[in-house]
Design a protein around this ligand. Structure first.
Ligand code: ARG
Ligand code: ZN
Length: 875
């Protein structure tokens, strides 16, 4: 049976609410399956005479009163998603509602749910309507007071947003707590937590001298793993003061870690709720990437307090207003605390790996989407990461000081309100002499990754160096209207033989303003820049630091790329030249089927290995070859098998050719290792060491090196690094090491997620059978999102195995989508995005995939989440 298509919501239909709820008093009597919610709301009438439509889903209604009087049944109309009340007073009134919810049955983990003994909430974007009837939209800002009543033994800790104003004992072993948050906020920032939790406490003194009580709540026994998160929190608070002049506002800041959570973390006012993966860490159980990720996510959620909470979104189409900006802020935070170039490279690789693929696929959307079916599907790398790139371009255009002025203006104009991306750009503009962003704003409305065709030409005799650029951007994601050229800032340099930049003098152009900063502006479809007085040989270094998030095709020669790899003063572009070179070669190998590696490239690669002037972490990046997904992105039909073959061949070739060098570096790092630290230098060393081990994984000494590291490891980075090499190369000690890892960590779910991930991520053909077996493992639980992502999600992202020519990988993931959708639609729809390459799959595979997706879309009771992704993929 065909499902009825769910409703589409459009940005153009936005209307301000007819009613606002200025104050709400909530009382919860918590019980696993039958929680009673009483809500008392002060309702402000904006448009008298209109009906009041409250959102409400999966609720059991008890009663509604207006100004103390019970409402008659005939003034209430219910649907699955709303409660409409008519015959309302024309002046402000008090609305009281009582309802019940079942937290234990809430496996979607949206709204109020109970998992592993803890009651907690997730209300962004539309979870609050699963707690009680409400005007659940971000432009409805209310002051919340919450009374929580619960069993004292089961739930000694009772938390909500803001300040604790009262608590006490009740009969029957119960107790209560009352919290009040003085800052008006939308319902998506509301939070409640109750359970038996351990506490780690610290404090932070703000720039104005206020002492903030910092608290991290975790499962008992995990207190010792909170140190890094707490340090990260204090660093975040300091950084926001230093860089943006932004101080924390409440007197208490709480973070709660839970194991079952749909995403990374949530910035609820004064009460962040985190996936425990982004809180808990010690050297035995967390990798360096985990430490890094914790710092970044703690920062992200903290920074939301100003960009998201104090100034919030008018409607969900504006999501990038807070997410793009906050990702930009967390990226800057990480860059200031770690190596800026390495951070930039990792961020750009993340963007290219996920966002570019998304932007070329069936669910492509502008950072400000025009419509959606299920908002949860729009927490995408486009809204987040591309959104951040758009903010970064504004930053590049205005410069650090201009940007800061714009931020100050943004808070001056909009603190306490719910605004749009237009409002943000407006603030940036007026703070900078009314800078003209009219063309720039197209970045908010047009989807797709722009392409630049760049041609460099140099006439030494006249001293003219010419750069011609043509920009284009294919229509994607159902776009119909003709696209207009984007305004993009391009950072560039002309590199002289000695590695220094040539001075830049631009001929015949009005927009000279930024050339002293090495920036030109692309605005027209075709642009030409002529630099004069260039009388010596130079090599152009274009789009430095990835100043515009685009794909570039240019006539730079391989010689020039090799030159830039070792001479460009811009570290990002040194790396970029390497990647461009490697990708070009690999694509040639894919086309010709050759397994030979060009000598010039191999030599350049070797030069990097032995160059001891390069930082370890930067070196590791430069020695990491492109992945299958990097390659298929630039192929008409995704040649998964051939791409894997080319990458494997190049890896093996370089590994054997430079075996001695890898061994030398490896041994020298191992013998100089001091005590374990999580600073940039030590992390860089471990990274390079484990990269060397990856190359050694190709040699005859693989098992020797990897097993030795596995046995000797005193931290998770080294242990997992070794295990990965052992598993991915099917080394002799594989079974033994997997078993020993398992028995050591089987009670720690975060570590078991790594164990599952390593196995599901192997490109080896045995992986399919392994994954089927692991589904039955006692550490796996399909109701826990982290576990599903670690096992099924990793497999779905394993390009070699998901796209296996037999079709079995595709069939398996499709069957998992069906199973998981019944439990948790958000997790299922993320899995469904693995099919975004459908139209570029090899024909036979595409047939299999289509047939599978057709069976999904035909399911009775399929979630809106999966419906939206699958229907767009099939369209
Ligand atoms: N606002 C949260 C953050 O970026 C993420 C919320 C994601 N919500 C969702 N339903 N996927 O920190
Ligand atoms: Zn966020």
């Amino acid at each position: 049976m065909k499902n009825e298509a769910p409703l589409i919501k459009y940005l153009k239909d936005y209307q301000a609410p007819h009613y606002l709820i200025e104050k709400i008093y909530l009382e919860f009597s918590l019980a696993d399956e039958d929680t009673l919610v009483k809500s008392t709301m002060d309702v402000k009438v904006k448009n008298a005479g209109e009906k009041l439509v409250l959102d409400g889903e999966e609720l059991i209604f008890i009663s509604a009163k207006i100004n103390g009087e019970e409402l008659a049944k005939d003034s209430l109309v219910f649907t699955n998603e709303t409660l409409t009340i008519s015959n309302l007073p024309t002046t402000d009134f008090v609305l009281e509602i009582q309802n019940r919810v079942n937290p234990k049955a809430n496996t979607a983990l949206d709204g109020l749910y109970k998992s592993s003994g803890i009651f907690c909430t997730q209300n962004e974007p539309e979870g609050f309507r699963r707690i009680t009837y409400f005007i659940d939209r971000p432009d409805n800002l209310s002051v919340y007071t919450t009374k929580i009543i619960a069993d004292k033994k089961q739930c000694p800790i009772l938390l909500s947003n803001g300040n604790l104003i009262e608590s006490g004992e009740l009969d029957n072993g119960k107790h209560f707590a009352v919290w009040n948050d003085p800052f008006p906020k939308p319902a998506y920032l509301y939070a409640l937590v109750a359970g038996d939790l351990g506490l780690v406490q610290d404090s932070f003194t703000t720039m104005s001298g206020r002492v903030i009580d910092l608290r991290i709540y975790v499962d008992k026994g995990n207190e010792s793993k909170c140190h890094h998160a707490m340090e990260s929190l204090k660093k975040s608070m300091k950084w926001d003061e230093d860089r943006f002049g932004l101080e924390y506002d409440l007197d208490i800041y709480m973070v709660v870690a839970v194991d079952s959570f749909n995403m990374g973390a949530m910035e609820n006012k004064g009460l962040n709720i985190f996936n425990s993966a982004y809180v808990l860490a010690d050297k035995e159980t967390a990798t360096d990437d985990n430490f890094y990720g914790i710092e970044s996510v703690i920062g992200h959620e903290y920074f939301h307090n100003w960009t998201g909470n104090r100034v919030t979104c008018r409607d969900w189409f504006q999501l990038t207003l807070k997410e793009g900006l906050t990702v930009f802020r967390d990226q800057e935070f990480s860059a200031d605390l770690n190596s800026r170039a390495v951070c930039r490279i990792n961020d750009v690789n993340g963007l290219r790996g996920f966002q570019f693929a998304e932007d070329a696929g069936p669910t492509a959307h502008p950072i400000k989407p025009k419509s959606y079916i299920e908002m949860n599907n729009f927490y995408t790398s486009t809204i987040y990461e591309k959104g951040s790139e758009v903010i970064r371009m504004i930053y590049t255009i205005l410069g650090p000081e201009g940007f800061r002025k714009g931020m100050d203006k943004y808070f001056e104009l909009f603190d306490g309100s719910a605004v749009t991306t237009e409002d943000f750009v407006h603030a940036m503009s007026v703070a900078n002499g009314n800078y003209d962003f009219s063309q720039f704003k197209l970045w908010y409305d047009q989807a797709g990754t722009p392409k630049l065709d760049v041609n460099f030409s140099h006439d030494i005799s006249t001293g003219e160096f010419k750069i011609s650029v043509k920009q284009s951007c294919e229509k994607v994601g159902g776009e119909t209207i003709e696209k207009k050229p984007f305004h993009m800032p391009i950072k560039l340099g002309l590199v002289k033989a000695n590695g220094e930049d040539h001075f830049l003098t631009l001929k015949d152009r009005a927009d000279q303003r930024d050339i002293s900063r090495g920036i030109v502006h692309l605005k027209n479809e075709v642009e030409e820049f002529i630099f004069t007085e260039v009388a010596e040989k130079v090599v152009p270094s274009f789009n430095r630091d990835f100043s515009a998030p685009v794909k570039i095709k240019s006539n730079t020669t391989k010689e020039d790329l090799a030159f830039l790899m070792s001479n460009d003063s811009n570290e990002f572009n040194r790396y970029e030249s390497f990647m461009t070179y490697a990708k070009e070669l690999l694509q040639e190998m894919v086309k010709t089927g050759s397994t030979n590696v060009e000598e010039k490239f191999a030599l350049a690669f070797g030069k990097i290995i032995t160059d001891d002037k390069i930082d370890d972490d930067f070196k590791s990046l430069c020695l990491t070859l492109p992945s299958i997904s990097d390659l298929v992105q630039d192929q008409e039909i995704h040649a998964y098998t051939e791409s894997k073959k080319a990458i494997d061949a190049m890896t093996k070739n370089l590994a054997l050719r430079y075996e001695d060098e890898f061994i030398k570096i490896y041994n020298s790092i191992v013998s100089n290792e001091g005590e374990f630290k999580v600073d940039a230098k030590s992390m860089g060393q471990r990274k390079l060491k484990n990269l060397c081990l990856t190359y050694l994984g190709e040699s005859s000494k693989a098992n020797e090196f990897a097993s030795k590291q596995f046995k000797a490891a005193t931290n998770m980075t080294d242990l997992l690094g070794a295990l990965k090499v052992i598993v991915h190369n099917n080394l002799a000690s594989k079974a033994e090491c997997l078993e020993s890892f398992y028995s050591r960590f089987k009670d720690q779910t975060l570590v078991m997620q790594k164990w599952l991930g390593v196995q599901a991520g192997s490109e080896d053909d045995s992986t399919y059978e392994t994954v089927l077996k692991l589904l039955e493992s006692d550490v796996y639980d399909k109701t826990v999102p982290n576990l599903v992502r670690a096992l099924v999600g990793t497999f779905a992202g394993n390009k070699a195995q998901f796209n296996h020519e037999s079709g079995r990988g595709i069939k398996f993931v499709a069957s998992q989508i069906k199973e998981v959708d019944k439990i948790n639609p958000q997790v299922a729809s993320r899995l469904a995005s693995a099919f975004k390459g459908l139209k570029k799959m090899p024909v036979d595979l595409q047939k299999v995939a289509r047939a599978e997706l057709e069976t999904i879309i035909a399911i009775d009771g399929l979630s809106k989440n999966v419906y939206e992704i699958v229907s767009k993929t099939l369209a």
